[in-house]
Design a protein around this ligand. Structure first.
Ligand code: SAH
Length: 482
Protein backbone atom coordinates (compact mmCIF):
# COMPACT_ATOMS: atom_id res chain seq x y z
CA UNK A 1 0.00 0.00 0.00
CA UNK A 2 1.15 3.48 -0.68
CA UNK A 3 0.32 6.95 0.53
CA UNK A 4 0.64 8.50 -2.91
CA UNK A 5 -2.77 8.86 -4.51
CA UNK A 6 -1.88 10.10 -8.00
CA UNK A 7 0.16 8.34 -10.66
CA UNK A 8 2.22 10.81 -12.71
CA UNK A 9 1.58 9.88 -16.31
CA UNK A 10 2.21 11.57 -19.68
CA UNK A 11 -0.70 10.93 -22.00
CA UNK A 12 -0.71 11.24 -25.79
CA UNK A 13 -3.98 13.06 -26.53
CA UNK A 14 -3.40 13.79 -30.22
CA UNK A 15 -6.76 13.40 -31.95
CA UNK A 16 -8.36 11.96 -28.80
CA UNK A 17 -11.77 13.21 -27.73
CA UNK A 18 -11.86 15.43 -24.62
CA UNK A 19 -14.75 17.29 -23.03
CA UNK A 20 -14.63 20.62 -21.24
CA UNK A 21 -17.74 21.73 -19.37
CA UNK A 22 -17.82 25.52 -18.86
CA UNK A 23 -17.34 28.55 -21.09
CA UNK A 24 -15.37 31.07 -19.00
CA UNK A 25 -11.70 31.96 -18.64
CA UNK A 26 -10.84 28.97 -16.45
CA UNK A 27 -12.34 26.63 -19.03
CA UNK A 28 -10.43 28.54 -21.73
CA UNK A 29 -7.12 27.86 -19.97
CA UNK A 30 -7.84 24.13 -19.88
CA UNK A 31 -8.94 24.17 -23.52
CA UNK A 32 -5.65 25.87 -24.44
CA UNK A 33 -3.66 23.19 -22.63
CA UNK A 34 -5.59 20.47 -24.48
CA UNK A 35 -5.26 22.13 -27.90
CA UNK A 36 -1.52 22.58 -27.37
CA UNK A 37 -1.11 18.81 -27.28
CA UNK A 38 -3.45 18.24 -30.23
CA UNK A 39 -6.56 16.92 -28.45
CA UNK A 40 -10.00 17.05 -30.12
CA UNK A 41 -11.99 19.30 -27.79
CA UNK A 42 -15.76 19.59 -27.31
CA UNK A 43 -17.05 22.36 -25.04
CA UNK A 44 -20.46 22.21 -23.39
CA UNK A 45 -21.70 25.56 -22.04
CA UNK A 46 -24.84 27.66 -22.57
CA UNK A 47 -22.59 30.61 -23.53
CA UNK A 48 -18.90 31.17 -24.28
CA UNK A 49 -16.53 33.91 -23.17
CA UNK A 50 -14.61 35.79 -25.85
CA UNK A 51 -11.53 33.53 -25.86
CA UNK A 52 -13.52 30.33 -26.36
CA UNK A 53 -15.97 31.99 -28.77
CA UNK A 54 -13.02 32.87 -31.00
CA UNK A 55 -11.73 29.28 -30.91
CA UNK A 56 -15.22 27.95 -31.76
CA UNK A 57 -15.57 30.37 -34.64
CA UNK A 58 -12.17 29.35 -36.01
CA UNK A 59 -13.23 25.70 -35.82
CA UNK A 60 -10.58 24.71 -33.25
CA UNK A 61 -13.22 23.42 -30.82
CA UNK A 62 -16.79 22.12 -31.14
CA UNK A 63 -19.25 24.11 -29.04
CA UNK A 64 -22.53 22.64 -27.72
CA UNK A 65 -24.59 25.64 -26.56
CA UNK A 66 -26.60 24.05 -23.74
CA UNK A 67 -26.44 22.65 -20.21
CA UNK A 68 -24.36 19.56 -19.48
CA UNK A 69 -26.06 16.18 -20.08
CA UNK A 70 -24.89 12.88 -18.59
CA UNK A 71 -24.38 11.35 -22.04
CA UNK A 72 -21.81 14.09 -22.89
CA UNK A 73 -19.09 12.03 -21.19
CA UNK A 74 -19.53 9.08 -23.57
CA UNK A 75 -16.44 8.23 -25.58
CA UNK A 76 -14.17 10.84 -23.88
CA UNK A 77 -10.62 10.10 -22.80
CA UNK A 78 -10.70 13.02 -20.39
CA UNK A 79 -13.50 15.15 -18.94
CA UNK A 80 -12.85 18.55 -17.35
CA UNK A 81 -15.41 20.36 -15.22
CA UNK A 82 -14.69 24.09 -15.16
CA UNK A 83 -18.05 25.76 -14.59
CA UNK A 84 -17.33 27.60 -11.37
CA UNK A 85 -20.52 26.10 -9.85
CA UNK A 86 -19.74 23.30 -7.46
CA UNK A 87 -23.06 21.44 -7.88
CA UNK A 88 -22.70 21.36 -11.67
CA UNK A 89 -19.04 20.31 -11.39
CA UNK A 90 -20.03 17.53 -8.96
CA UNK A 91 -22.67 16.31 -11.42
CA UNK A 92 -20.07 16.20 -14.23
CA UNK A 93 -17.63 14.34 -11.98
CA UNK A 94 -20.26 11.78 -10.94
CA UNK A 95 -21.32 11.14 -14.54
CA UNK A 96 -17.69 10.78 -15.70
CA UNK A 97 -16.79 8.44 -12.88
CA UNK A 98 -19.87 6.28 -13.46
CA UNK A 99 -18.87 5.95 -17.10
CA UNK A 100 -15.24 5.15 -16.13
CA UNK A 101 -13.80 8.36 -17.61
CA UNK A 102 -10.87 10.30 -16.21
CA UNK A 103 -12.19 13.53 -14.75
CA UNK A 104 -10.60 16.73 -13.54
CA UNK A 105 -12.59 19.29 -11.58
CA UNK A 106 -10.78 22.59 -11.56
CA UNK A 107 -9.63 23.60 -8.06
CA UNK A 108 -11.33 20.61 -6.48
CA UNK A 109 -8.94 17.70 -5.93
CA UNK A 110 -11.54 15.84 -3.84
CA UNK A 111 -13.81 15.50 -6.87
CA UNK A 112 -10.95 14.87 -9.32
CA UNK A 113 -9.71 11.54 -10.56
CA UNK A 114 -6.95 13.36 -12.44
CA UNK A 115 -5.16 16.62 -11.72
CA UNK A 116 -3.01 18.96 -13.80
CA UNK A 117 0.56 19.42 -12.58
CA UNK A 118 2.55 22.64 -12.77
CA UNK A 119 4.91 22.17 -15.66
CA UNK A 120 8.29 23.36 -16.90
CA UNK A 121 8.91 22.80 -20.59
CA UNK A 122 12.04 22.92 -22.69
CA UNK A 123 10.86 21.58 -26.04
CA UNK A 124 9.99 17.94 -25.51
CA UNK A 125 11.66 17.92 -22.11
CA UNK A 126 8.88 18.30 -19.54
CA UNK A 127 9.06 18.50 -15.77
CA UNK A 128 5.74 18.11 -13.99
CA UNK A 129 5.26 19.14 -10.35
CA UNK A 130 2.31 18.20 -8.17
CA UNK A 131 1.40 18.24 -4.50
CA UNK A 132 -1.59 16.00 -5.16
CA UNK A 133 -3.83 19.05 -4.89
CA UNK A 134 -2.69 19.76 -1.32
CA UNK A 135 -0.83 23.01 -2.02
CA UNK A 136 -1.02 24.28 -5.60
CA UNK A 137 0.81 27.51 -4.66
CA UNK A 138 3.74 25.49 -3.32
CA UNK A 139 3.79 23.47 -6.53
CA UNK A 140 3.99 26.71 -8.49
CA UNK A 141 6.90 27.96 -6.35
CA UNK A 142 8.79 24.71 -6.83
CA UNK A 143 8.07 24.98 -10.53
CA UNK A 144 9.57 28.51 -10.57
CA UNK A 145 12.73 27.21 -8.91
CA UNK A 146 13.09 24.45 -11.47
CA UNK A 147 12.39 26.96 -14.22
CA UNK A 148 15.41 28.98 -13.04
CA UNK A 149 17.68 25.94 -13.06
CA UNK A 150 16.95 24.54 -16.50
CA UNK A 151 18.66 26.29 -19.39
CA UNK A 152 16.43 27.32 -22.30
CA UNK A 153 18.82 25.43 -24.59
CA UNK A 154 17.73 22.07 -23.09
CA UNK A 155 14.88 22.06 -25.62
CA UNK A 156 17.37 22.15 -28.48
CA UNK A 157 19.46 19.49 -26.75
CA UNK A 158 16.43 17.22 -26.43
CA UNK A 159 15.57 17.69 -30.11
CA UNK A 160 19.14 16.90 -31.05
CA UNK A 161 19.08 13.72 -28.98
CA UNK A 162 15.86 12.68 -30.75
CA UNK A 163 17.47 13.21 -34.17
CA UNK A 164 20.55 11.14 -33.24
CA UNK A 165 18.89 8.44 -31.19
CA UNK A 166 18.58 5.80 -33.93
CA UNK A 167 22.09 6.47 -35.20
CA UNK A 168 23.59 6.15 -31.74
CA UNK A 169 21.63 2.95 -31.11
CA UNK A 170 22.95 1.45 -34.34
CA UNK A 171 26.58 2.41 -33.85
CA UNK A 172 26.80 1.74 -30.12
CA UNK A 173 24.85 -1.47 -29.82
CA UNK A 174 25.97 -2.40 -26.28
CA UNK A 175 23.95 -0.77 -23.53
CA UNK A 176 26.82 0.22 -21.19
CA UNK A 177 28.91 2.19 -23.69
CA UNK A 178 25.77 3.76 -25.09
CA UNK A 179 24.64 5.00 -21.70
CA UNK A 180 28.12 6.37 -20.94
CA UNK A 181 28.14 8.09 -24.31
CA UNK A 182 24.87 9.89 -23.60
CA UNK A 183 26.06 10.83 -20.11
CA UNK A 184 29.11 12.49 -21.63
CA UNK A 185 27.00 14.28 -24.24
CA UNK A 186 24.57 15.69 -21.66
CA UNK A 187 27.23 16.62 -19.14
CA UNK A 188 27.05 20.35 -18.31
CA UNK A 189 29.41 22.24 -20.66
CA UNK A 190 30.19 19.23 -22.87
CA UNK A 191 31.05 20.42 -26.42
CA UNK A 192 27.50 19.56 -27.54
CA UNK A 193 25.88 21.38 -24.60
CA UNK A 194 28.29 24.28 -25.03
CA UNK A 195 27.28 24.71 -28.69
CA UNK A 196 23.56 24.56 -27.79
CA UNK A 197 24.06 27.20 -25.07
CA UNK A 198 25.97 29.36 -27.52
CA UNK A 199 23.04 29.25 -29.97
CA UNK A 200 25.02 27.24 -32.54
CA UNK A 201 22.91 24.23 -33.65
CA UNK A 202 25.26 23.45 -36.56
CA UNK A 203 28.18 23.36 -34.11
CA UNK A 204 26.17 21.06 -31.84
CA UNK A 205 25.58 18.66 -34.76
CA UNK A 206 29.29 18.66 -35.56
CA UNK A 207 30.24 18.07 -31.91
CA UNK A 208 27.73 15.22 -31.75
CA UNK A 209 29.10 13.61 -34.93
CA UNK A 210 32.65 13.87 -33.62
CA UNK A 211 31.75 12.42 -30.21
CA UNK A 212 29.87 9.52 -31.78
CA UNK A 213 32.69 8.74 -34.22
CA UNK A 214 35.14 8.60 -31.32
CA UNK A 215 32.91 6.49 -29.14
CA UNK A 216 32.18 4.08 -32.01
CA UNK A 217 35.92 3.72 -32.58
CA UNK A 218 36.28 2.81 -28.92
CA UNK A 219 38.11 5.99 -27.99
CA UNK A 220 36.61 7.83 -25.06
CA UNK A 221 37.26 11.47 -25.85
CA UNK A 222 39.01 13.26 -23.02
CA UNK A 223 36.61 15.55 -21.18
CA UNK A 224 37.10 19.10 -22.36
CA UNK A 225 37.24 21.78 -19.76
CA UNK A 226 35.81 25.23 -20.19
CA UNK A 227 35.68 28.61 -18.55
CA UNK A 228 32.59 30.70 -17.91
CA UNK A 229 33.33 34.33 -17.25
CA UNK A 230 30.52 35.37 -14.93
CA UNK A 231 29.44 38.79 -13.72
CA UNK A 232 28.44 38.42 -10.06
CA UNK A 233 26.67 41.78 -9.82
CA UNK A 234 27.37 44.43 -7.19
CA UNK A 235 26.76 42.39 -4.05
CA UNK A 236 23.13 41.47 -3.47
CA UNK A 237 23.00 37.78 -4.53
CA UNK A 238 19.46 38.14 -5.83
CA UNK A 239 20.83 40.35 -8.60
CA UNK A 240 22.56 37.36 -10.23
CA UNK A 241 21.19 36.30 -13.60
CA UNK A 242 19.64 32.85 -13.97
CA UNK A 243 22.48 31.97 -16.30
CA UNK A 244 25.06 32.98 -13.68
CA UNK A 245 23.30 30.85 -11.08
CA UNK A 246 23.37 27.82 -13.39
CA UNK A 247 27.07 28.31 -14.12
CA UNK A 248 27.77 28.49 -10.36
CA UNK A 249 25.84 25.30 -9.74
CA UNK A 250 27.68 23.43 -12.48
CA UNK A 251 31.18 24.63 -11.58
CA UNK A 252 34.03 22.39 -10.48
CA UNK A 253 36.26 25.35 -9.56
CA UNK A 254 35.48 29.01 -8.97
CA UNK A 255 38.13 31.73 -9.19
CA UNK A 256 36.70 34.83 -7.59
CA UNK A 257 37.68 38.44 -7.00
CA UNK A 258 37.75 40.45 -3.83
CA UNK A 259 34.55 42.28 -4.77
CA UNK A 260 32.44 39.11 -4.97
CA UNK A 261 30.21 38.83 -1.92
CA UNK A 262 30.21 35.73 0.25
CA UNK A 263 26.44 35.44 -0.23
CA UNK A 264 26.98 35.00 -3.95
CA UNK A 265 29.65 32.34 -3.38
CA UNK A 266 27.26 30.45 -1.15
CA UNK A 267 25.01 29.85 -4.14
CA UNK A 268 27.69 27.76 -5.85
CA UNK A 269 27.70 23.97 -5.90
CA UNK A 270 28.60 22.69 -2.43
CA UNK A 271 31.65 20.73 -3.50
CA UNK A 272 32.99 23.31 -5.97
CA UNK A 273 36.51 24.42 -5.05
CA UNK A 274 36.70 28.17 -4.40
CA UNK A 275 39.92 30.07 -5.08
CA UNK A 276 40.31 33.68 -3.98
CA UNK A 277 42.44 35.30 -6.67
CA UNK A 278 41.55 38.79 -5.42
CA UNK A 279 44.36 38.70 -2.91
CA UNK A 280 46.83 38.21 -5.76
CA UNK A 281 46.16 41.69 -7.07
CA UNK A 282 48.47 43.62 -4.84
CA UNK A 283 51.48 45.59 -5.93
CA UNK A 284 52.12 44.01 -9.31
CA UNK A 285 48.92 44.00 -11.36
CA UNK A 286 50.43 42.59 -14.55
CA UNK A 287 52.10 39.65 -12.81
CA UNK A 288 48.91 38.88 -10.89
CA UNK A 289 46.90 38.92 -14.11
CA UNK A 290 49.38 36.55 -15.78
CA UNK A 291 49.06 34.18 -12.81
CA UNK A 292 45.25 34.20 -13.08
CA UNK A 293 45.35 33.65 -16.85
CA UNK A 294 47.73 30.71 -16.46
CA UNK A 295 45.60 29.23 -13.67
CA UNK A 296 42.41 29.43 -15.80
CA UNK A 297 44.13 27.68 -18.70
CA UNK A 298 45.66 24.98 -16.49
CA UNK A 299 42.37 24.15 -14.74
CA UNK A 300 40.39 23.99 -18.00
CA UNK A 301 43.12 21.78 -19.52
CA UNK A 302 42.50 19.33 -16.71
CA UNK A 303 38.95 19.00 -17.99
CA UNK A 304 37.38 21.06 -15.23
CA UNK A 305 34.40 23.39 -15.52
CA UNK A 306 35.83 26.66 -14.35
CA UNK A 307 33.85 29.73 -13.37
CA UNK A 308 35.74 33.01 -13.32
CA UNK A 309 33.59 35.16 -11.09
CA UNK A 310 33.96 38.93 -11.17
CA UNK A 311 32.18 41.74 -9.37
CA UNK A 312 29.55 43.63 -11.37
CA UNK A 313 29.89 43.02 -15.09
CA UNK A 314 33.05 41.37 -16.43
CA UNK A 315 33.36 43.85 -19.30
CA UNK A 316 33.01 47.03 -17.24
CA UNK A 317 36.40 47.83 -15.71
CA UNK A 318 36.75 44.12 -15.07
CA UNK A 319 39.72 43.09 -17.23
CA UNK A 320 37.51 40.39 -18.70
CA UNK A 321 39.01 40.87 -22.14
CA UNK A 322 42.54 40.10 -20.96
CA UNK A 323 41.53 36.74 -19.54
CA UNK A 324 39.50 35.84 -22.61
CA UNK A 325 42.46 36.62 -24.86
CA UNK A 326 44.52 34.08 -22.91
CA UNK A 327 41.77 31.46 -23.26
CA UNK A 328 41.31 32.14 -26.96
CA UNK A 329 45.06 31.80 -27.54
CA UNK A 330 44.92 28.31 -26.00
CA UNK A 331 41.67 27.34 -27.76
CA UNK A 332 39.83 26.82 -24.45
CA UNK A 333 36.04 27.05 -24.93
CA UNK A 334 34.47 29.90 -22.98
CA UNK A 335 31.16 31.63 -22.31
CA UNK A 336 30.43 35.11 -21.03
CA UNK A 337 27.61 35.90 -18.62
CA UNK A 338 26.88 39.57 -18.04
CA UNK A 339 26.30 40.95 -14.58
CA UNK A 340 24.66 44.05 -13.20
CA UNK A 341 27.41 46.61 -13.10
CA UNK A 342 27.91 48.68 -9.94
CA UNK A 343 26.55 51.85 -11.59
CA UNK A 344 23.21 50.21 -12.35
CA UNK A 345 22.96 48.33 -9.06
CA UNK A 346 23.92 51.32 -6.90
CA UNK A 347 21.69 53.72 -8.83
CA UNK A 348 18.69 51.43 -8.41
CA UNK A 349 19.31 50.74 -4.70
CA UNK A 350 19.91 54.43 -3.98
CA UNK A 351 16.90 55.41 -6.09
CA UNK A 352 18.88 57.62 -8.48
CA UNK A 353 17.62 57.59 -12.09
CA UNK A 354 20.82 57.83 -14.18
CA UNK A 355 18.96 59.49 -17.04
CA UNK A 356 16.00 61.81 -16.88
CA UNK A 357 14.15 63.53 -19.67
CA UNK A 358 14.81 67.12 -18.69
CA UNK A 359 18.04 66.89 -16.71
CA UNK A 360 20.27 64.07 -17.99
CA UNK A 361 20.42 62.86 -21.56
CA UNK A 362 23.85 61.23 -21.30
CA UNK A 363 25.56 58.84 -18.88
CA UNK A 364 29.26 58.14 -18.78
CA UNK A 365 30.89 55.35 -16.81
CA UNK A 366 34.43 56.48 -16.05
CA UNK A 367 37.31 54.93 -14.17
CA UNK A 368 39.32 56.93 -11.69
CA UNK A 369 41.70 54.06 -11.09
CA UNK A 370 44.86 56.20 -11.03
CA UNK A 371 45.97 59.76 -11.71
CA UNK A 372 47.17 58.70 -15.17
CA UNK A 373 43.77 57.30 -16.13
CA UNK A 374 42.18 60.55 -14.92
CA UNK A 375 44.45 62.55 -17.20
CA UNK A 376 43.11 60.67 -20.19
CA UNK A 377 39.44 61.53 -19.57
CA UNK A 378 37.69 64.16 -21.69
CA UNK A 379 36.95 66.61 -18.86
CA UNK A 380 35.24 69.34 -20.91
CA UNK A 381 32.77 66.66 -22.09
CA UNK A 382 32.25 65.24 -18.59
CA UNK A 383 31.78 68.76 -17.25
CA UNK A 384 28.82 69.47 -19.51
CA UNK A 385 25.53 70.05 -17.74
CA UNK A 386 22.73 67.45 -18.14
CA UNK A 387 25.28 64.68 -18.18
CA UNK A 388 25.50 62.03 -15.46
CA UNK A 389 29.02 60.82 -14.77
CA UNK A 390 29.61 57.70 -12.66
CA UNK A 391 33.16 57.27 -11.38
CA UNK A 392 34.37 53.78 -10.48
CA UNK A 393 37.38 53.41 -8.15
CA UNK A 394 37.20 57.10 -7.36
CA UNK A 395 37.38 57.24 -3.55
CA UNK A 396 41.12 57.89 -3.46
CA UNK A 397 40.90 60.56 -6.15
CA UNK A 398 37.89 62.59 -5.11
CA UNK A 399 39.91 65.82 -4.93
CA UNK A 400 41.21 65.36 -8.47
CA UNK A 401 37.75 64.56 -9.82
CA UNK A 402 36.35 67.65 -8.14
CA UNK A 403 39.13 69.89 -9.49
CA UNK A 404 39.00 68.53 -13.05
CA UNK A 405 35.21 68.86 -13.30
CA UNK A 406 35.25 72.39 -11.90
CA UNK A 407 38.09 73.40 -14.23
CA UNK A 408 36.05 71.97 -17.07
CA UNK A 409 33.21 74.29 -16.10
CA UNK A 410 30.79 72.05 -14.18
CA UNK A 411 28.73 74.09 -11.70
CA UNK A 412 29.96 73.77 -8.09
CA UNK A 413 26.35 73.23 -7.01
CA UNK A 414 26.02 70.08 -9.16
CA UNK A 415 24.60 67.35 -6.93
CA UNK A 416 26.79 64.35 -6.09
CA UNK A 417 25.87 61.02 -4.49
CA UNK A 418 28.52 58.67 -3.18
CA UNK A 419 27.27 55.11 -2.84
CA UNK A 420 29.38 52.90 -0.62
CA UNK A 421 28.98 49.08 -0.78
CA UNK A 422 25.83 49.51 -2.83
CA UNK A 423 23.10 46.82 -2.83
CA UNK A 424 24.51 45.18 0.30
CA UNK A 425 23.27 45.37 3.88
CA UNK A 426 26.09 47.87 4.49
CA UNK A 427 25.03 50.26 1.73
CA UNK A 428 25.53 53.93 2.62
CA UNK A 429 24.67 56.95 0.48
CA UNK A 430 26.47 60.22 1.10
CA UNK A 431 24.90 63.23 -0.57
CA UNK A 432 26.91 66.32 -1.34
CA UNK A 433 27.75 68.72 -4.17
CA UNK A 434 30.69 69.02 -6.47
CA UNK A 435 32.12 71.90 -4.42
CA UNK A 436 32.43 69.71 -1.33
CA UNK A 437 33.03 66.29 -2.88
CA UNK A 438 36.56 65.72 -1.56
CA UNK A 439 35.67 67.19 1.81
CA UNK A 440 32.67 64.84 2.17
CA UNK A 441 34.66 61.74 1.24
CA UNK A 442 37.12 62.60 3.97
CA UNK A 443 34.64 63.71 6.61
CA UNK A 444 32.39 60.67 6.14
CA UNK A 445 35.37 58.29 5.88
CA UNK A 446 34.04 56.82 2.64
CA UNK A 447 35.66 53.44 1.96
CA UNK A 448 36.00 51.43 -1.25
CA UNK A 449 34.11 49.99 -2.94
CA UNK A 450 32.16 53.13 -3.62
CA UNK A 451 30.81 54.94 -6.64
CA UNK A 452 30.71 58.67 -7.18
CA UNK A 453 27.65 59.76 -9.13
CA UNK A 454 27.84 63.33 -10.39
CA UNK A 455 24.90 65.04 -12.04
CA UNK A 456 21.60 66.84 -11.70
CA UNK A 457 19.83 63.48 -11.15
CA UNK A 458 21.68 62.95 -7.86
CA UNK A 459 19.79 65.78 -6.13
CA UNK A 460 18.27 64.35 -2.97
CA UNK A 461 14.78 65.66 -3.69
CA UNK A 462 14.74 63.96 -7.11
CA UNK A 463 15.69 60.53 -5.77
CA UNK A 464 13.60 57.56 -4.73
CA UNK A 465 15.27 55.91 -1.73
CA UNK A 466 13.65 52.60 -0.79
CA UNK A 467 16.44 50.27 0.26
CA UNK A 468 16.43 49.64 4.01
CA UNK A 469 19.87 50.90 4.91
CA UNK A 470 18.77 54.50 4.19
CA UNK A 471 18.79 55.16 7.95
CA UNK A 472 22.56 55.23 7.93
CA UNK A 473 22.76 57.64 4.98
CA UNK A 474 24.49 60.94 5.52
CA UNK A 475 23.44 64.21 3.98
CA UNK A 476 25.86 67.06 3.81
CA UNK A 477 23.57 69.84 4.92
CA UNK A 478 26.28 72.52 4.84
CA UNK A 479 27.15 71.77 1.22
CA UNK A 480 23.85 72.62 -0.44
CA UNK A 481 24.57 76.33 -0.40
CA UNK A 482 28.19 76.00 -1.51
N1 SAH B 1 33.33 45.10 -12.98
C1 SAH B 1 32.83 45.88 -11.87
C2 SAH B 1 33.71 47.05 -11.54
C3 SAH B 1 35.09 46.71 -11.09
S1 SAH B 1 36.02 48.12 -10.66
C4 SAH B 1 31.40 46.32 -12.18
O1 SAH B 1 30.93 46.18 -13.31
O2 SAH B 1 30.75 46.83 -11.26
C5 SAH B 1 35.77 48.23 -8.93
C6 SAH B 1 34.95 49.44 -8.59
O3 SAH B 1 33.60 49.20 -8.83
C7 SAH B 1 35.01 49.83 -7.14
O4 SAH B 1 36.17 50.60 -6.84
C8 SAH B 1 33.77 50.68 -7.01
O5 SAH B 1 33.95 51.96 -7.54
C9 SAH B 1 32.82 49.95 -7.92
N2 SAH B 1 31.96 49.02 -7.16
C10 SAH B 1 31.88 47.70 -7.29
N3 SAH B 1 30.96 47.18 -6.46
C11 SAH B 1 30.43 48.22 -5.79
C12 SAH B 1 29.42 48.35 -4.80
N4 SAH B 1 28.76 47.29 -4.33
N5 SAH B 1 29.12 49.59 -4.34
C13 SAH B 1 29.76 50.67 -4.82
N6 SAH B 1 30.73 50.60 -5.75
C14 SAH B 1 31.05 49.40 -6.25
Amino acid sequence: MSDASFLPLFVDLRGRSCLVVGGGTVAARKVDALLTVGAAVDVVAPALGTALARLAQAGHIVHHAREFAVTDVDGRVLVIAATGTRAVNAGVAAAAQAAGRLVNVVDDPALSGAIFPSIVRRGELTVAVSTGGAAPVLARLVRARIEALLAPSLGELTALAARWRADVQRRLAALGPRRRFWERVFEPRSPVVHACEAGDPAGAERAMAAALAEAAAGRASPTTGSVVLVGAGPGDPSLLTLRALRALQEADVILYDRLVSSEVLELARRDARREDVGKLTGADHAAAQDTINARLVALARRGLRVVRLKGGDPFIFGRGAEELAALRAQAIPFEIVPGITAALGCAAYAGIPLTKRATAQQVTLATAHCAKSLDRLDWPLLAQAHHTVVFYMGVGHAALIEAHLRDGGRAPTTPVAIVERGTTAQQRVVRTTLATLAQSVEREHVQAPALIIVGEVAAGEDCFPWFASAARDATDDFSIAA
